[in-house]
Write a protein that binds this ligand. Structure first.
Ligand SMILES: [Zn+2]
Length: 312
């Protein structure tokens, strides 16, 4: 199902009522028809309250259960507008921007909504990069690079891996790592890159074990490119991330939110050539990525164990 409005006009027309929003969520969540959240039975009756009554076990399923909309007291229409706004800002959004766009009275609400929307739409795909990649690390916020083996005090170290696509950058993976030890770097590469791929790094000793991890390790040496960055793609990605962080988040990063920002940047970067921005929100199932119902899926086993979830 590739079904998402492409323009604001289409969006307003499509999601003009609560019912339209709900219908959309139902189609997204159960493309083959609604199933009982508790017993998975396929025969359910819609109730007047917008729930689905299971013909077998009597459980009442809500399409909102286990999603970011669960327990919300606000209109789905407002949430949908929030999603539209968040996904259509090319660079990203701030809580203040969201507050203004939706006319929310309280900054704290906008901030909470933004965190929820980020968590729902911005997850790094589980599929790994393949082919030829460049791998390096960067200290964020550091004016000078820290010493590699030890880490710089107060700075976050981030593993940056960029796929080589001819002369261009393919997809990227960024994630925080505790240090630049072989153990940390190998883990980061293994999480992001398919075995058998070519991994280009500089001569840092922490990458020496990549061959044994099943990669073709290509060490780019200093003399190979005098006056050029050894790993031009990762250098570019780091520069873009820093600029993006400065523009969208005023450069202020607390460690607690750095992971979310890395995910968001990765998500946006890897979809930068999407034909329509609206597709940003659309679950990347075709690309192997998760969708907005990731939270819902992970909660469903609880229902099968007959835990009495509060349904909205
Ligand atoms: Zn049931």
């Amino acid at each position: 199902m590739d079904d998402y409005p492409r323009t604001l006009m289409e969006f307003e027309r499509r999601f003009a009522s609560e019912e339209a929003c709900r219908t959309y969520l139902v189609q997204l969540r159960w493309p083959e028809g609604v199933r009982c959240l508790r017993c998975q039975h396929a025969t359910v009756w819609p109730t007047q309250r917008g729930l689905y009554h299971c013909a077998r076990c009597g459980f009442q399923t809500s399409v909102l259960a286990g999603t970011i909309f669960q327990d919300t007291k606000r209109d789905l229409r407002l949430w949908f507008r929030g999603m539209w706004y968040v996904t259509n800002q090319k660079a990203g959004v701030s809580a203040l921007g969201l507050q203004r766009a939706l006319g929310l009275g309280c900054y704290q609400t906008a901030w909470t909504w933004l965190q929820k929307l980020r968590a729902a739409m911005v997850r790094p795909g589980r599929d790994r990069l393949a082919g030829i990649v460049e791998a390096d690390e960067a200290y964020l916020g550091a004016t000078k690079p820290g010493k590699r083996g030890r880490g710089a005090a107060g700075k976050a170290l981030v593993s940056v891996i960029a796929q080589v696509d001819g002369r261009r950058i393919g997809r990227v993976r960024l994630r925080r790592i505790p240090d630049a030890s072989a153990r940390s770097l190998e883990r980061a590469v293994q999480a992001a890159v398919e075995p058998g791929s070519v991994v280009r790094t500089d001569g840092w000793v922490g990458y020496n074990g990549l061959g044994e991890c099943g990669y073709v390790h290509d060490i780019v040496r200093e003399e190979a490119a005098v006056g050029q960055p050894l790993l031009p793609r990762v250098n570019r990605v780091v520069a873009l991330f820093k600029r993006w962080l400065l523009g969208v988040h005023q450069g202020a990063v607390t460690p607690a939110y750095l992971d979310a920002y890395l995910d968001e940047f990765t998500f946006r970067f890897n979809r930068r050539t999407s034909r329509w921005r609206g597709k940003l929100f659309y679950p990347a199932r075709a690309a192997g990525g998760p969708g907005p119902f990731e939270a819902a899926r992970s909660r469903e086993p609880c229902c099968r164990h007959r835990v009495n979830h509060k349904l909205s």
